[in-house]
Design a protein around this ligand. Structure first.
Ligand code: TRP
Length: 448
């Protein structure tokens, strides 16, 4: 496909907003708190922040550069730069498909919780035990979660079918700022709940005695997951950026926004977890059993929970769109399908996988892959293996293989912008990122 045929995104803000739309999602509000709770709280937060800064930020600039240098889908982008490296693009397309398999399911849950908020059902219960039972009943139901997941997939398909500019750009512009404001209000409320400070302490006070190699790998995987890195989402989005877009600033702003939302989510969840008496290591159900408790203790609880779950649905939607787009534009450009056909193929494939993942929590609970059900295996395989592997090879590719001039041209917009930390950037990409990723990986496999 010729470059001139490709759409580009509008003004300066748009690049930040669509990339932040992809980054900020269930990864921040659903996954981050439970993974942090599972891995000791404060120490995890500290390691997570380091991963974002040392690995996440340079890798995001790297992915942006690859995308805008080539104006292609993830596979096409790496292939254009070096034929041998197209596997990196395939790793991305595969990971996007597998992530959507469980991400759509959780998105469906948020949609169902939104509906329950509006109908008032969510505020009917009072204790943590009741909320836990309600959540378990719900996800084990064979058809209701699938129904909501399908509705959610249909919404994603609709936006993708409308195209990049109208669909993706517009939805990100309004809803992102709203999500921010409501999270701040919830954080304040949560801190004021009785026993709230204990939760805040758990979240902010590091206890490094519990840290293992697995903790570090999990923090790494979570950082990549949250920032949408390692699988070519940012390559794909940057292929739509304008020549004037400042990649350094865009990456910086997206990283700050994404991390702030994750930390805010932690400040909302942990004080409430301790106040209501829920185990911080409750796993994927954590947010779904904690939040209703928070809302219940607020005046106008129905209004708050309806708005919150609506925004969560939207945050999830802007992320599923970015994952869907990776596969759709790959099929469109590499397989020469029409954009419509490519979108339908992606929708159909992910629908089937998501339905199986949803059923794996109830009806097919006995199907296990290395001891995990399908839902958990998809999560583990992508966040702990495919994303870090993608990050490893991306840093090697951009650090060692991509032409230095081409990289500089992207980051400085052909010499118009300064790039004072170029040496640090190259050092991180060439040595630090691959070394850390490799060590953590090997350590996890018990090599040391
Ligand atoms: N980052 C999103 C979230 O936090 C999810 C997501 C979108 C993603 N694109 C991705 C995760 C690419 C990994 C890779 O919810």
């Amino acid at each position: 496909m010729k470059q001139s045929q490709r759409v580009t995104l509008g003004g300066k803000l748009s690049a930040v907003l669509v990339a932040a739309g992809s980054s900020v999602g269930l990864g921040n509000i659903w996954r981050f708190p439970y993974v942090a709770g599972d891995n000791g709280g404060g120490a995890f937060l500290a390691i997570y922040m380091l991963c974002v800064l040392i690995l996440g930020l340079p890798l995001m600039i790297a992915e942006f550069s690859v995308g805008r240098a080539t104006h292609r889908n993830a596979v096409g982008a790496y292939r254009t730069l070096d034929r041998k490296w197209s596997f990196l693009g395939y790793n991305g397309v595969l990971a996007a498909f597998l992530i959507l398999g469980f991400y759509f399911v959780v998105s469906g849950w948020t949609a169902e919780y939104m509906v329950h908020s509006v109908t008032g059902e969510l505020t009917r219960y009072t204790t943590a035990v009741e909320y836990t039972a309600m959540f378990d009943r719900f996800i084990r139901n064979p058809w209701r979660p699938i129904l909501y997941t399908s509705l959610f997939i249909a919404a994603t398909h609709f936006v993708i079918a409308m195209g990049v500019q109208k669909g993706i750009e517009r939805s990100a512009k309004v809803l992102m700022p709203m999500l921010f404001i409501i999270l701040i209000a919830l954080a304040i409320h949560s801190l004021l709940m009785p026993g709230g400070t204990e939760g805040l302490k758990f979240f902010l006070q590091p206890d490094f005695s519990k840290v293992t190699a697995a903790t570090v790998l999990t923090a790494l995987g979570q950082a990549f997951f949250s920032l949408s890195l390692g699988i070519g989402t940012m390559v794909t989005y940057a292929s739509y950026f304008k020549a004037e877009t400042d990649l350094r600033h865009t990456a910086f702003h997206v990283t700050i926004l994404d991390t702030t939302v994750a930390v805010l989510a932690g400040i909302v969840i942990f004080p409430a977890v301790f106040s209501v008496g829920i185990e911080p290591s409750s796993g994927p159900s954590l947010v779904f059993i904690t939040l209703p408790g928070i809302f219940n203790s607020m005046p106008l609880s129905m209004v708050w929970s309806s708005i919150f779950f609506l925004l969560l649905v939207v945050a999830a939607l802007t992320s599923t769109i970015s994952l869907h787009e990776v596969i759709t534009v790959y099929l469109h450009e590499e397989w020469h399908m029409s954009r419509r056909g490519a979108a339908w193929t992606t929708t159909g494939g992910t629908m089937a996988l998501a339905a199986l993942a949803s059923l794996s929590l109830g009806l097919f609970d006995s199907w296990r892959i290395c001891g995990l059900n399908l839902f958990d295996s998809l999560d583990y395989l992508t966040a702990n293996i495919l994303l870090p592997a993608g990050g490893f090879f991306t840093s090697i590719f951009v650090g060692w293989r991509m032409e230095r001039k081409a990289l500089q041209a992207q980051i400085t917009n052909d010499g118009k912008l300064p790039f004072r930390i170029e040496r640090l950037f190259r050092f991180l990409l060439r040595y630090v990122c691959p070394a850390i990723l490799l060590l953590v990986f090997l350590d996890n496999m018990g090599i040391f």
